[in-house]
Design a protein around this ligand. Structure first.
Ligand code: MN
Length: 745
């Protein structure tokens, strides 16, 4: 075997590359955190050999030997997720079945059924994700795999992490596609699995690709303000240390900058500038005490800190007493630090910190403590329920799921005093469905804290909820508006579907009778009718007949009968439209202005009827992509468009790579938002002078608002390319009265 490995390595690349592979492998071995016995070690070694041999002729886009990728993925599994030997073996082998001639059978023979099952899960996941299926469908598949063996998803996370970290060598449109998918599926899933470090890094890496300008800007400013921040943190910590030292426990205290993504979100949402965000960092206290003393010590430290700094009561979050359902435990608060700045404080034990960083896998290590791995069971159960709910529509599934993925939680009580944990925003009706689906179905009225409330009443922490049922009650369409949890939505939908089917029976019977009367075979005829009238299923057809939305005469008018079959009548267009008609002809707007040169997927875009998206108004030279909005019509968006992430991740298969071709003189309109101080010296005059005189640009429109010495000005300016625009923006921002110049969508 040893010589075989040597031969395989020799076939992989240059001497330097072989050295790199060997040192990466040694790094992997050192990264393993769990105990391994001789058998485990032999299996890992064997997996390494099999992978080296299988991938020996392949290279990554960056040009490196391919084998470095599985070794890195295994290292991430070992080091950053803390997974054990089985997962490490599977991670080393994760791409061999898909990309090389190694078969699953061989993997079973050499590594046993468990490793085979995980590799199989990963291969299928990859196969599905790579194809042109919409993200929602992909997401459903990822989640299904999660239920089989969590390790499949954890290894997939590591795989995705390594790919994101090394995305630089991919072409731009692929980067956007992968980043979109990561932001949409993997970051929220990492959050829900308690892999906070992964979530944060995914979000930062996505932002870096999706809005590189904003990313670089924040990174640069963080760097510039680092020294000042560090000084502030040490001033903040000094008096705290003095008091905590007196407790006589081992602890660490340190400041952590918030992630670039979260700072970006804050700037976007609150519309404040970087300089105005004071809480750019959190201070974390991690204590090393026996489990039985954790809670008490956390609160002791809370009490010491709030003796020095004034806390903000609304920001207190106690996940030590009641952990989040993904297992997160920590005591958070915000205090007012020196210079009146808000500082977030996180207090937790080493064990809690480990769980917060590594999530699921760390839970196994502490199994039996504080609920241990069982904590995930209720969550996995709720996923099973959503899946069983039979909503065949993957986008609905995703919407349901995301509500439950992202949300924080709310804790309420049954009349017996049992604690029920629901996603934040959950309503009284959600509570009814969480008790039992039958309690939900027959929910007649609801009481919160002994007072009657509407079904859509939003629950708050500590509410005591009582459900009054009536067995004649049944869900109606309107109920969907009163619930947010996936379970309740799925149950209501399946009940509505059942109701529809039940009512449709009358329609079905009538149709069956009429068809047999005309001696037409039932099933092929139904297929033909469904297709002709564009129903989504026979059930919808029966329902339409049963509720008189169409009659059997409407049907027979459209067909001729030949040999017991319905043949569509070629003369007539269908005269009755089915209800959920999504086949409306698309109106195509023709652009008459001379078009700039554009390349789509490397070829001239003249074959498309393309137009510039009005949501983001691209200007020649902007980073752009094409989105197919009809068979032939293409919308050009900026990659920083706020709709981009949604489009890229949901309709990735409609996205085409677009570039600017030979520069043209066509005019583009760009909208600018300028803010600043109104010194009373004629702001309008200075702005227009810069634009029209100095830069010779045409101003299409201008609107200025001013109050209290402060002004906001919106200008639409005509430019031919991004360079012109950027020069103008720079010139504007150099005016003494101007504070900021932003491009608006
Ligand atoms: Mn891979």
């Amino acid at each position: 075997m040893a010589t075989q490995l040597k031969d395989a390595l020799a076939a992989t690349g240059t001497i330097d590359e072989i050295k790199l592979i060997q040192s990466s492998y040694r790094k992997l071995l050192r990264a393993i955190k769990v105990e391994t016995d001789a058998d485990d070690k032999a299996q890992i070694r064997l997996a390494y050999e099999v992978a080296v041999r299988a991938h020996r002729k392949q290279r990554r886009k960056s040009g490196e030997p391919y084998i470095l990728h599985p070794i890195e993925v295994a290292t991430i599994c070992a080091c950053e997720i803390g997974l054990g030997p089985t997962a490490i073996v599977a991670a080393l082998l994760h791409d061999v079945v898909e990309d090389t001639d190694v078969t699953l059978e061989e993997i079973r023979n050499q590594f046993g059924p468990k490793v085979m099952a995980i590799v199989d899960g990963l291969t299928k996941l990859d196969g599905n994700l790579a194809k042109n299926s919409p993200q929602a469908e992909n997401f459903r598949k990822v989640v299904l795999t999660l239920l089989d063996d969590v390790r499949v998803v954890l290894i997939k996370m590591a795989d995705r992490m390594h790919n994101m970290r090394t995305l630089g060598s991919m072409p731009r449109h692929k980067q956007l596609k992968i980043a979109g998918e990561t932001a949409y599926i993997y970051a929220p899933l990492a959050h829900r699995l308690g892999l906070y470090a992964f979530k944060t890094e995914f979000q930062d890496l996505c932002l870096k690709i999706q809005d590189n300008g904003a990313y670089k800007d924040i990174a640069k400013k963080l760097h510039e303000t680092k020294r000042e921040r560090n000084r502030y943190i040490s001033d903040f910590i000094r008096p705290v240390k003095k008091l905590v030292d007196g407790l006589g426990v081992d602890y660490r205290i340190f400041g952590r900058p918030k992630s670039i993504y979260s700072i970006h979100q804050k700037i976007e949402n609150k519309e404040v500038a970087f300089e105005d965000i004071f809480d750019l960092f959190a201070v974390r206290v991690v204590i090393d005490v026996p489990i039985k003393d954790e809670k008490q010590t956390c609160w002791q430290i809370y009490s010491l800190i709030t003796d020095i700094y004034q806390p903000i009561p609304e920001r207190l979050k106690d996940w030590v007493t009641t952990p989040k359902s993904n297992g997160y435990e920590s005591l958070h608060t915000t205090v007012i630090g020196p210079k009146g700045r808000y500082v977030e404080i996180q207090i937790r034990s080493e064990r809690m910190d480990d769980i917060a960083e590594r999530g699921f896998a760390a839970h196994w290590k502490y199994k039996g403590v504080g609920g241990g791995a069982n904590r995930y069971e209720p969550w996995l159960d709720s996923i099973r329920e959503i899946l069983d709910g039979g909503s065949g529509d993957a986008s609905e599934f995703l919407a349901d799921f995301k509500t439950n993925l992202f949300s924080e939680e709310v804790f309420v009580y049954t009349p017996q005093g049992d604690l029920v944990n629901l996603p934040k925003g959950a309503t009284a009706l959600d509570f009814a469905f969480s008790v039992h689906s039958m309690v939900g179905y027959h929910c007649q009225s609801l009481k919160v804290n002994q007072r009657l409330v509407p079904m859509g009443y939003e629950l708050t922490n500590g509410d005591r909820v009582e459900v009054i049922t009536n067995k004649n009650q049944r869900p109606s369409e309107g109920w969907l508006k009163f619930v947010v949890t996936g379970k309740a939505r799925a149950k209501i939908r399946s009940s509505l579907k059942e109701e529809r089917r039940r009512k449709g029976e009358f329609g079905r019977e009538e149709l069956e009778r009429k068809l047999s009367h005309r001696k037409v075979d039932f099933e092929p005829a139904v297929d033909a009718i469904v297709k002709h009238f564009k129903f989504t299923s026979p059930v919808d057809l029966y329902y339409a007949l049963a509720t008189d939305q169409m009659s059997t005469n409407d049907i027979f008018r459209e067909f001729e009968i030949e040999n017991g079959k319905l043949i569509p009548n070629p003369v007539h267009e269908p005269s009755v439209k089915s209800l959920p008609s999504n086949s409306k002809p698309k109106r195509v707007r023709k652009k008459t202005i001379d078009k700039p040169q554009l390349l789509v997927n490397g070829e001239s875009a003249t074959q498309y009827d393309f137009a510039f998206a009005t949501c983001c108004n691209p200007v020649q030279g902007d980073d752009i992509f094409g989105y197919l909005s009809g068979t032939n019509s293409l919308k050009i968006h900026r990659t920083s468009c706020k709709n981009a992430e949604h489009l890229l991740s949901n309709y990735g298969y409609r996205v085409l790579r677009a570039e600017w071709g030979i520069p043209s003189d066509r005019n583009f309109v760009a909208n600018l938002l300028i803010k600043g101080i109104d010194s009373g010296l004629g702001v309008i005059d200075s702005l227009t002078t810069v634009l029209s005189k100095n830069q010779s640009l045409n101003i299409r429109s201008m609107h200025i608002d001013g109050t209290g010495g402060y002004f906001e000005c919106r200008i639409s300016v005509v430019v031919t390319n991004i360079d012109q625009l950027e020069i103008a923006m720079r010139a504007l921002s150099q005016l003494p009265e101007v504070a900021s110049v932003l491009r608006e969508d």
